[in-house]
Write a protein that binds this ligand. Structure first.
Ligand code: ZN
Length: 1030
């Protein structure tokens, strides 16, 4: 095994700079806010544009303004126009949000235009808000990718403005996403943000909050992290548009501009002033302070910024002129930061909130719970994109690729940033935009794969003349297609493990009907052949000669790889035949046995070999809802955003055909429910869970004859009394309790009993009493528990009507045959991991923690396979290449995850994030604080490096982060817990439950501080946490 030979000699050369965040406010030169007037209603006018990173048009079409027939929107022109208009008057303000577009604009400007923008930022006229690559959706995104796309946006801004502190975003601006996640709030707080603003919340929640003056609150986003994850949050009164009648956009609106020429026949100042004052008076009492935030803009507004700014100039002048007549309304140009500072100065005590804001409904029959599942194949591709991105980033660091190839990471980094957008991963974009996203992601994956291949070559070459290996990824393994494994006599599979722990996985290679040997070094290992199921062989766009899969088990070292050598023998092998007789109703491994009912062929029970218990009364089956296209109660259709079923679900087939295949490594029951619904129930030899690999589609649907359908899978356990309670994850991190027909913060009046009980599931859903039933998923899906003891997940949707939320297309994804032009509905295939186990006594890990871990190991950060054909024999291969590589010593504690390891700043710096993977009550041992000996991880970076701790977004030194602190409601505040002061020990850092700490490894500037006391702490901690030190 190849590990770096260096020891802890470098210990003293690694300096740790650590200080707790300062909690006082400071004023930078750019924070020049217009004065407010005490005793007046101060109306903070926020000029803004909401620029979707793809929706009705592609990203590039929006930037360059192409396809004006679809939407008159050109972001390039917007930014140009705003820069010019801001420069005309120092009072004017504007905010800009989407860094993907800002970067595109920046790249085509000359130095003069760039300097002009920089000056506007320095003077506080232009404020960059949020600063992520796109405005991410909050329901279906994973925290890994959310943090990544903020890091990308922040890094890009730093690069554009040379780290200018005024350019660093301080406000979360999630104005359009369709509901809001607790984990997102927590992440924004940890980025160092002062506050969070949004527009969309459930209409009943909004009415209640307006009534009780609770549109502002402090969101306590993590029990574990306390204040570090609390953030001041404000919901807008209605939407993010300008007040009705005051949209001054020449392209999008027809509202009257202000004519202030008293000699003109159309002079309209009194009318325009009075109705604006009426608007202010109608809303001002909703808020707790004498400050009111009013958004002046909308989607893609400000293409002719002059009309906005000229009119807002006049509005401010004339409304404020009324003060001499006794008006108590004071208008000012403002930004969310200036507004928030004013609110903060009011020093109020704020109500708190600790649940989330899902699901979102904008009407009694309009629950935005369909998009949790819409476009399941794009959602899956995005999740694979993250998996590969982490692999490439890590390998770039481990192989020290520096300037050579690291830039190729950017295409996938950017594609993943775009995918997080609230009309990308959500599936709420037009079809041609979805196609463009897929293309962008595919290109990113190819580029990233090329970088990874380069890194593996560098890390594995034993001798300088070792020939370059052309490693490729097989991106269609989910339909058992891989050109390299199918058509070569000899090939290698190199599996890279992005986890900081050893990984164990079963590899499946699509192959022809021959015998194969797989060797580790030159030693053959155990393999098994499996028949590729008929339903996969029939997939119309599958181009493959493979008829069977070659299966073997691989153990891969942390941040390391292992190469397996595969040879096709001359001997043909018959495709494995199904088992006959009673044996076909049960499949088993070393830990569990899963059984189907001999009468129905449906899953019915599970036997645990570990505790000897058999769980009967289990079941799983597929159902569909017919999508509504409106009825007497409401004209609302089911569509890309909205789920509105027409009645209860219908079972697709209660007695599927089955065929069972058995071997030493894996056993499978293939089920056929219909021509468009099939499944494999699978048990691997050493896994504790049952896999359900479903395949849905083409869903039959034809206009007028055959309504659109939404297909679900339902797992149930008889007699599991759960009192309507179940749990889902939040962006793949903490878990949130859900209760059927209930919302924690208002009295729910539920008119859609199915759609209104759907919640976003990013990685798992679970329910329990004495036993717990958990389902892990491989992409985001909508999920619920409509009856006690059941878990339901929506897998696929094909609908024929638009749901009236702007996209203007039905969600009807099709595959078109390139030859015949014939089309049929899109097929989706995916995996669920199912677990059913007793909640045993104190010494066990909670179901949610186990689910998070399984999800991480099997779905999110699964080992990635790189394939390459070869002419070398296995012994020749060994002469040329290392076949086993471990990137770090196996010293990362079991409860710690390396969340990030990536090169930044042209490979000059390395970004590392450590994450404590458990919540305080997850596990008696693993929930303990953990010490990470970071010299083990950083020694490779050399003696002249230092480590500096950063805020979560990696754009501010943690020591320099200052956040506005807001006082919280008394009773809640008493319970408030601050995470204890961090004790670091020289060469180690301490992680507390659910904590993420972010570091950059950079050149030592000579100013690093080193605590002599740290050695003392090291001894103390060694006593307190003996299990964590080795
Ligand atoms: Zn939007």
């Amino acid at each position: 095994m190849r590990t770096s030979a260096t020891t802890s000699l470098f210990l003293l050369s690694v300096y740790l700079v650590r200080a707790n965040p300062i909690e006082t406010s400071y004023k930078a030169s750019c924070e020049v806010c217009h004065p407010t007037k005490e005793g007046y209603t101060n109306v903070h006018l926020i000029p803004h544009t909401h620029d979707d990173v793809g929706w009705l048009k592609t990203v590039d079409q929006y930037f360059y303004g192409q396809r004006p027939d679809i939407q008159k929107a050109a972001v390039q022109i917007i930014i140009d126009s705003v820069v010019d208009e801001l420069s005309k008057h120092p009072d004017r303000r504007f905010i800009y949000v989407e860094t993907a577009f800002l970067k595109q604009w920046w790249d085509i400007q000359n130095d003069e235009r760039r300097a002009k923008m920089r000056t506007l930022i320095e003077k506080g006229q232009l404020e960059l808000i949020s600063g992520a690559w796109s405005m991410h959706d909050e329901a279906v995104t994973h925290y890994h990718s959310i943090i990544d796309q903020f890091t990308l946006g922040f890094g890009t801004i730093d690069q554009m403005f040379d780290g200018l502190s005024c350019a660093k975003p301080k406000i979360g601006w999630q104005i359009d996403p369709f509901g809001h996640a607790r984990e997102t709030a927590s992440i924004l707080a940890q980025m160092g943000f002062d506050g969070l603003f949004f527009a969309r919340l459930d209409h009943q929640d909004r009415a209640r909050r307006i009534r009780d003056k609770e549109m502002e609150f402090v969101w306590r986003a993590s029990e574990s992290l306390g204040n570090a994850s609390s953030i001041f949050t404000q919901a807008f009164y209605k939407h993010y548009s300008a007040p009705s009648g005051y949209c001054f956009d020449l392209v999008h609106c027809n509202d009257q501009p202000i004519n202030e020429n008293p000699n003109s026949g159309d002079y309209n100042v009194p009318n325009r002033v009075n109705s604006f004052m009426e608007f202010v008076n109608s809303q001002k009492d909703t808020y707790q302070t004498e400050h009111m935030l009013v958004t002046m803009g909308d989607d893609f507004t400000y293409q002719q910024a002059a009309s906005w700014f000229d009119n807002i100039d006049r509005l401010i002048k004339h409304v404020n002129a009324e003060q001499k007549n006794g008006s108590m309304i004071n208008l000012l140009y403002s930004t969310p930061s200036c507004y928030l500072q004013a609110v903060h100065r009011a020093d109020k005590v704020w109500k708190t909130k600790s649940d989330d804001l899902f699901p979102y409904a904008d009407g009694d029959h309009s629950f935005w719970t369909g998009y949790y599942t819409s476009r399941p194949t794009l959602k899956y591709m995005e999740r694979r994109g993250n998996n590969l991105l982490q692999v490439c980033k890590q390998l770039s660091v481990l192989a020290e690729l520096k300037q050579e190839k690291w830039e190729d990471l950017d295409s996938l980094r950017e594609a993943m940033g775009v995918m997080q957008h609230h009309d990308a991963i959500t599936g709420t974009e037009k079809q041609h935009v979805a196609d463009d996203y897929a293309k962008m992601l595919y290109k990113g994956m190819l580029d990233c794969g090329a970088t990874a291949a380069k890194a593996i070559n560098k890390l594995s070459a034993k001798i300088t003349e070792a020939p370059n290996v052309n490693y490729e990824s097989c991106l269609l393994l989910n339909v058992s297609q891989c050109e390299i494994s199918e058509s070569n006599e000899k090939f290698v599979v190199t599996l890279y493990n992005p986890l900081a722990q050893e990984a164990s996985t079963y590899v499946r290679l699509p192959v022809q009907n021959f015998k194969y040997t797989v060797s580790q070094g030159t030693v053959p290992i155990a393999t098994q052949m499996l028949k590729i199921p008929d339903h996969v062989l029939r997939v119309p766009y599958r181009i493959s000669t493979a008829v069977q899969e070659l299966v073997f088990k691989a153990i891969i070292p942390p941040l390391g790889f292992q190469t397996f050598y595969v040879t096709k023998t001359a001997e043909e092998s018959a495709v494995p035949a199904p088992v006959e007789g009673d044996g076909k109703f049960a499949i088993q491994g070393n830990l569990i046995q899963a059984n189907v009912d001999p009468n129905t062929g449906l899953f019915e029970s599970l036997y645990s070999k570990q505790n000897g218990l058999k769980y009967t009364g289990l079941s799983q089956n597929f159902y569909y809802y017919l999508g509504s296209n409106g009825n007497m109660e409401s004209s609302q259709s089911s569509g890309a955003y909205i789920f509105r079923p027409n009645g209860n679900a219908t079972v697709i087939n209660a007695t599927p055909e089955i065929a069972t295949f058995k071997g030493e490594l894996v056993q499978e029951i293939h089920q056929k429910f219909s021509d468009w619904v099939s499944q494999i129930i699978r048990v691997y030899a050493d896994n504790e869970f049952v896999e359900f690999e479903w395949m849905i589609g083409p869903i039959p649907a034809e206009l007028l004859v055959n309504p659109g359908k939404e297909v679900v899978t339902r797992y149930s356990a008889q007699d599991l009394v759960t009192n309507g309670i179940f749990y889902t994850d939040s962006n793949g991190r903490g878990s949130i309790e859900r209760k059927r027909d209930y919302r924690p913060t208002w009295d729910l009046d539920l008119k859609e009993e199915i759609a209104g009980n759907y919640f976003p599931v990013t990685t798992f859903i679970t329910t329990k009493n004495e036993t717990e039933m958990t389902v892990l998923i491989d992409r985001a899906q909508g999920g619920t528990s409509l009856q006690d003891g059941t878990l339901e997940l929506m897998l696929h949707r094909r609908l024929l009507f638009d749901d009236g939320r702007g996209v203007g297309e039905a969600l009807n994804e099709k595959y078109e045959d390139p030859n015949s032009g014939a089309s049929q509905g899109m097929i989706a295939r995916g995996r669920h991991l199912f677990s059913f186990a007793p909640i045993s006594e104190a010494l066990s890990t909670t179901a949610t923690a186990k689910a998070r871990r399984w999800s991480r190991d099997n779905m999110i950060l699964a080992p990635w396979a790189f394939f390459a054909p070869t002419d070398l024999s296995d012994s020749q291969w060994l002469e040329n290449y290392e076949v086993l590589y471990q990137g770090i010593n196996n010293k990362v504690p079991e409860n710690v995850n390396i969340l990030t390891l990536e090169p930044t700043k042209g490979g000059e710096e390395v970004l590392v994030r450590f994450e404590h993977f458990y919540e305080p009550n997850d596990d008696p041992a693993l929930s303990a604080n953990s010490l990470v000996p970071i010299y083990n991880l950083t020694k490779r970076f050399g003696t002249d490096k230092m480590i500096e701790e950063m805020s979560l977004g990696a754009n501010r030194r943690l020591a320099e982060v200052s956040r506005l602190q807001f006082r919280m409601d008394g009773a809640e505040a008493e319970k408030e817990r601050n995470i204890a002061p961090v004790i670091d020990a020289g060469d180690s850092i301490l992680l507390q439950p659910m904590e993420i700490r972010t570091f950059v490894v950079k050149n030592n500037s000579g100013t690093a501080r080193f605590s002599v006391l740290s050695l003392v702490f090291l001894l103390l901690i060694a006593i307190a946490f003996p299990g964590q030190m080795n």
